[in-house]
Design a protein around this ligand. Structure first.
Ligand code: ADP
Ligand code: MG
Length: 292
């Protein structure tokens, strides 16, 4: 593209709610093959709420919520906010946790009132040698509804199951369909459980997804796709997404996302909607078409 048409396009982009950080990205966007999308905060609203509390054994719901919220006080995960909000709502107290530890992609643990507790996914329970057989079936049911199911363990035993749901963005499904009609494959990457991811992928009619991903895995997926000769875009919002936003041919950060994500992206979507990606591609195609 000529310098003049690129300058015009950057101005046009701003009117469409797209902040272009790198000039090349506007040209790259014309012939993207695949868009990778983070789940939490990108496809979903990023404001999860606790939907189900299932007590296993003799504890009360108030007790398990209070313990869970206590554990989550030290975590910065969106799931933690949901658990704490639920306890506040029910006016339940939280207490200090000794030896707190956040285990990336798995959950949290620590001592509450002198008793060892852990809150997280089944993988965390297995790693801690805690029996999950009694809750496997309800966990599968909750995950099948697209919810994230986590276990609370107290003194080596699962005492509760919490389900957390993060509603999809209102226009996620339509934006995915639009991008697919423009010729892109859409692939979701998430650290969440396989079953939860499958339910969301089916609801949005995504082409592909990968679940239970650790942060470093996302950048590895991009390298693999690029080696296959594909031109790869990535859309994300989190600190975890920064390396993949930088590694993608075109990185899109949600305007509602973290600063780190925005600094690593090529294009910032001022309003947090994947329709912004479609607008950028259409603008890029029109700009290149004009000067060809
Ligand atoms: P995502 O990419 O969806 O944000 P993460 O990699 O951050 O996923 O986390 C993966 C999974 O680890 C979560 O779905 C949850 O089961 C568990 N997990 C991580 N942090 C926490 C936490 N603070 N409390 C409970 N569960 C957690
Ligand atoms: Mg996210």
């Amino acid at each position: 593209a000529t310098p003049m048409s690129v300058i015009n396009a950057v101005g046009k982009a701003a009117q469409l709610g797209l902040l272009i950080r790198t000039g090349e990205s506007l040209q790259q966007a014309a012939d993207l093959d695949i868009l990778l999308v983070d789940k939490t905060g990108t496809l979903t609203q990023g404001q999860p709420v606790v939907t189900d509390v299932m007590v296993v054994g003799h504890c009360s719901e108030a007790e398990v919520l209070s313990w869970a919220a206590s554990l989550e006080q030290g975590s910065e995960h969106p799931l933690a906010e949901a658990v704490i909000a639920r306890a506040h709502q029910q006016q339940l107290p939280t207490v200090e946790v000794a030896g707190f530890e956040a285990i990336t992609g798995l959950g949290v643990r620590g001592e509450v009132g002198g008793v060892t507790m852990a809150l997280g996914n089944a993988e965390l329970m297995v790693q801690l040698g805690i029996e999950v057989e009694a809750v496997t079936e309800p966990m599968r049911t909750l995950a099948g509804q697209g919810k994230t199911a986590v276990c609370l363990a107290r003194d080596g035993m699962v005492v509760a199951l919490l389900a957390i749901a993060d509603p999809l963005r209102d226009d996620a499904s339509q934006a995915v369909a639009r991008l697919q009609a423009m010729g892109l494959q859409i692939m979701m990457l998430t650290g969440d459980h396989q079953t939860t991811a499958a339910a969301i992928a089916a609801e949005l009619k995504l082409d592909r997804f990968e679940a239970q991903m650790k942060p470093a895995d996302k950048a590895r997926v991009i390298a693999r796709l690029q080696q296959q000769g594909l031109k790869v875009a990535m859309a994300g919002d989190g600190i975890n997404d920064a390396p993949s936003l930088a590694a993608a041919d075109v990185g899109f950060a949600m305007g509602s996302g973290t600063d780190v994500a925005k600094e690593s992206a090529d294009i910032i979507l001022v309003s947090p909607s994947l329709f912004g990606v479609a607008k950028a591609i259409a603008l890029s195609r029109a700009t290149l078409g004009n000067i060809r």
